[in-house]
Design a binder for this molecule. Structure first.
Ligand code: GLY
Ligand code: MN
Ligand code: MN
Length: 469
């Protein structure tokens, strides 16, 4: 938890951002995996964490904008709970840690909401994504579950996005820590991977590093020799000479700030020439993108320019042809780069995605494309100082997509399918770093993780990484 004043100031700002009514922020509950008492790892709702800070199950917060009051709703633990869980702070104690005096039992929340509703007052809530909270909102507000999302308060969503998009110095320290630990995980993976080991062997190492640093995972580990599958969570393969390993994983700090890094390297000690060619294209896309970042720049433009850089490189290898700008405008590049260049990052690895990607990543002047590939770009808007985002270009050879496009004769002016056929066993490359937008440019968060071919091969041959000393 940050000092109480952090939460006091955040809530104070909400009072000025939203006109009137009640702001309801739902915390999360435990969810049973296979029976009620055997629960998934608990993760508090990020908006509740941001404004109310309490990292425990069974809480909700209400800000009454008309009365100017703030209330934490939760139940004190019983002696039975204490027997199983040890001594626990009271609701009053937890609320006071985030600067709130007024508390009430959780069952009172329903009365408060129903009273406000019958008085015709506006109850602002954020889009729910957990079924427990959907059920509660449905019962309390009498809104059908299927209509809850559409009835979420746009005014409240915009107010939250307007605060959470700009990271404060104390949040930046957390994000820096998350990225440094994520970097240590990647360095260890790069060191430990070897022909004959399994993907799971390496996953175990990186998860252990996160846990032993008092962190959790910011999202399930992606670590695969089949990097062409963008979010590959299968870890059963044994590495062979010639495989390319794509690892995309990151730690979340105890305060839940995320890191999200990707590195790609050979299972053996060196890249093949073919791997080096594609790898260096992706590295150039990333280097170019990083150098373009500064306030005012539209991230969608950076994405499209990165796609052009890739097209230039693939043309040199004979995989693409024609004018690069035209190829990207048509969407031909998406055969090889079918995802976005990056997304906002903070308390959530895809920050605030629960509130709606278009509120977070787009603006009045930058709208989401509906073209395959570019449509997946989560962040397209003008960048501003204080934003934290990922820069994660990639180049993939997805056999099923290649077969489909080839059969459809898609973009034959721009794609040399005969040559592409010979890359169908390639896999994929992605390189991902996390950056803070500064007043004039950007800076990479965390200690740098090697990404130049020579440095990676140095580690794969058993050398040390000077950046981690
Ligand atoms: N780790 C998921 C992503 O990079 O978006
Ligand atoms: Mn990632
Ligand atoms: Mn990412």
């Amino acid at each position: 938890m940050f000092p109480a004043n952090t939460y006091i100031q955040r809530r104070k700002k909400l009072h000025t951002q939203v006109d009137s009514g009640l702001l309801l922020v739902m915390g999360n509950d435990d969810v049973g995996m296979n029976y009620k008492a055997n629960t998934y790892h608990f993760r508090q709702d990020s908006n509740f964490l941001y404004f109310f800070g309490i990292d425990k199950q069974g809480f909700a917060g209400v800000i009454d904008l008309d009365e100017g009051t703030e209330t934490v709703f939760g139940n004190d633990f019983t002696i039975d709970d204490v027997v199983w869980m040890g001594p626990q702070p009271s609701v009053k104690e937890l609320a006071s840690q985030v600067g709130i005096e007024k508390t009430a039992s959780y069952s009172k929340l329903e009365d408060v909401l129903k009273k406000a509703k019958s008085a015709g007052r506006k109850i602002h809530y954020l889009p729910p994504y957990r079924y427990e909270n959907m059920y509660k909102l449905n019962q309390w507000l009498d809104i059908p579950i299927s209509e809850l999302k559409a009835n979420a308060s746009e005014e409240f969503i915009k107010a939250v996005v307007a605060q959470r998009s700009y990271k404060s110095p104390e949040e930046i320290i957390e994000l820096h820590t998350a990225c440094t630990i994520s970097g240590a995980m990647h360095f260890a993976a790069m060191h430990a991977a070897a022909v004959g080991k399994t993907e799971a062997n390496i996953v175990g190492i990186v998860e252990g590093i996160a846990s032993s640093a008092g962190c959790s995972l910011a999202y399930p580990v992606i670590l695969s020799k089949d990097g062409q599958t963008l979010h590959n969570h299968y870890h059963g393969n044994i590495f062979k000479e010639g495989d390319l390993i794509l690892g995309d994983f990151g730690a979340a700090t105890a305060k839940h700030y995320a890191g999200d890094l990707t590195r790609t390297y050979p299972a053996g000690k060196t890249f093949t020439d073919r791997q080096k060619d594609i790898y260096n294209i992706v590295l150039r896309m990333q280097t170019y993108s990083l150098s373009a970042l500064k306030p005012g720049v539209k991230y969608k433009d950076v994405h499209l320019l990165a796609a052009e850089k890739m097209t230039d490189g693939l043309k040199e290898l004979g995989l693409m042809k024609g004018d690069s700008k035209e190829a990207v405008a048509a969407g031909a590049h998406a055969l090889f780069f079918p995802h976005g260049l990056g997304h906002m990052m903070g308390l959530d690895v895809h920050d605030m995605e629960d509130l709606g990607e278009d509120y977070v990543g787009y603006s009045d002047t930058v709208k989401r494309s509906d073209q395959f590939g570019t449509a997946y770009l989560r962040l397209g808007r003008e960048l501003e100082q204080g934003f934290v985002l990922t820069v994660e270009p990639g180049c993939y050879f997805i056999p099923e997509l290649i077969d489909k496009w080839k059969a459809e004769k898609k973009f034959t002016d721009f794609i040399n399918y005969d040559k592409v056929e010979s890359y169908k066993d390639f896999g994929g490359v992605r390189i991902e770093d996390d950056v803070l937008i500064t007043d004039r440019g950007s800076s990479i968060l965390g200690k740098p993780v090697p990404k130049i071919v020579e440095d990676i091969e140095g580690i794969r041959k058993g050398g040390n990484d000077p950046s981690q000393n």
